[in-house]
Design a protein around this ligand. Structure first.
Ligand code: HEM
Length: 430
């Protein structure tokens, strides 16, 4: 079993003392990640093709036992993923014909401390589309014979340069979790390591306070909570909006170098190639470089917020785009997936802030990539701080169409591999 021992440095200890509000506490964190037990997509399958299946059984679970045992044999651990990555490093051309699988149970909406063993999420991933499609076909046939309802996501497919459909490079900023993520991805506050228990149950966590009874118990050890959202992206509307808005802005601010790429970067908070927007400290103070309501700033504000311990509210993003980028008519979007150990303090905190104009500061504006929302309507207000020719700062309020639509989604518990198997083994019992 590969393992990780990590001792946090002085800076991090001081930082933790601050957020845990216990100045005398000395934080020495020593842990071994159980790579054999943790499901591999938490580390990141990162395969070119991926699909999600949700299977909902009626009461007759016994008949599903053999199909699910078949799935449980395919469950791919972090150890499997790491050893495959190692092989690929020495042979970058390597293309595997394997199908990787992860599986978990839907969390009961009424009672978020419980999961429903009759509602199962399966994630299948492969290097080869035809192999994945064949596996999917076989599974479909098997499930169709059972008293179960099946929902299948569109085929997730990575785009060249790891971009999403609006054309931005994705997967850049992730929290640094020793043993789980690479240090080279660090940006801003992300340079401080996060604790593994913020993403996987049973390890030291910076948020012991919100562990609910089941998810704080031994049974949840090596498991994680997954949020899945199928987000449709209206790429045509996005492009048309940029064209229109740039014409208007240029009329008003003829001295500024305004282009579609520039406006897109303001909305996202990054240039399309992933580079951060360069800004001086004073520009940062007023949001003149990277606006406060840009997507990345909403999701992870790069500024000191005294009241909100932002570093406790990060997520491991493991999404994949879907839809053919070359086909203008095809539906396109993102199969958004993230992992955490508290829905409330992590995913819901970020998602709620995207739709809250007063975060991170009063009147910051809404996240332009926040999904359409019946309460908030089909357009949103984006606040773009700009400097006038006379040096004054103006806040241009842009009314923009919502480019993102929530199609479906859910919350799931992704247990350790042995706990998943132990649950499946109870299906045959009367
Ligand atoms: C279709 C909708 C979305 C698109 C196109 C999108 C795209 C992106 C892109 C391009 C980045 C910057 C690249 C990176 O830092 O990895 C990013 C960052 C991020 N997104 Fe999204 N995203 C979407 C929805 C969401 C949702 C629903 C959430 C969570 C509730 C979310 C959370 C985040 C977070 C936490 C970051 C990292 C922020 C940072 O640390 O800088 N995104 N997203």
């Amino acid at each position: 079993m590969s393992s990780q021992t990590f001792e946090f440095g002085k800076n991090f200890r001081n930082f933790l003392k601050g957020i845990l509000n216990s100045p005398k506490q000395s934080v020495h964190v020593d842990f071994k990640l159980d790579d054999n037990e943790i499901q591999g997509n938490i580390f990141g399958f990162n395969k070119p093709f991926q699909v999600l299946l949700k299977v909902m059984f009626n009461e007759d679970l016994a008949s599903s036992e053999s199909v699910l045992k078949n799935i449980s044999e395919k469950l791919t651990s972090i150890k499997n993923v790491k050893s495959y990555r190692k092989k690929r490093r020495s042979n970058p051309e390597l293309i595997s014909s394997e199908v990787w699988a992860n599986a978990g149970f839907e969390i009961d909406k009424e009672n978020p401390d419980k999961f429903d063993r009759k509602k199962i999420l399966i994630i299948l991933s492969s290097d080869r589309k035809e192999v994945l499609e064949k596996e999917l076909e076989n599974l479909k046939k098997e499930f169709e014979r059972l008293p179960a309802e099946l929902k299948i996501s569109p085929m997730g497919q990575r785009l060249p340069g790891n971009k999403e459909h609006f054309g931005f490079k994705d997967g850049i900023s992730q929290p640094f979790v020793p043993g789980l993520t690479k240090k080279k991805n660090l940006v801003g506050y992300g340079e401080l390591p996060n604790l593994p228990g913020d993403y996987i149950f049973g390890y030291p966590s910076s948020r012991e306070e919100d562990q609910t009874p089941f998810f704080g118990s031994l049974a949840s050890k090596n498991g994680s909570l997954l949020v899945y959202l199928q987000l449709k992206q209206n790429t045509k509307e996005f492009d048309e909006y940029l064209t229109r808005a740039v014409i208007e802005l240029k009329k008003k601010y003829s001295d500024l170098k305004i282009s579609k790429g520039w406006l897109a970067a303001k909305l996202m908070g990054r240039w399309k190639d992933g580079t951060p927007i360069e800004q001086t400290e004073s520009e940062n103070k007023y949001g003149l470089g990277c606006p406060f309501s840009s997507h990345i700033h909403k999701a992870y504000p790069r500024r000191k917020l005294n009241t909100i311990p932002i570093t406790k509210s990060r997520i491991l993003r493991r999404g994949i785009p879907y839809g053919d980028s070359q086909d203008k008519k095809a539906e396109k979007g993102l199969l958004f997936i993230c992992y955490q150990t508290s829905l409330k303090s992590q995913f819901e905190f970020i998602y709620g802030n995207m739709l809250d104009s007063d975060f991170p500061l009063p009147n910051s504006g809404f996240d332009p990539f926040g999904p359409k929302n019946s309460r908030l309507g089909n357009t949103t207000i984006f606040t773009l701080p700009l400097r006038n020719q006379d040096g004054t700062i103006v806040h241009e309020l842009l009314e923009i169409p919502k480019f993102v639509e929530l199609i479906t989604g859910g919350y799931f518990f992704m247990p350790s591999i042995s706990y998943f198997n132990s649950i499946i083994n109870t299906f045959g019992e009367k």
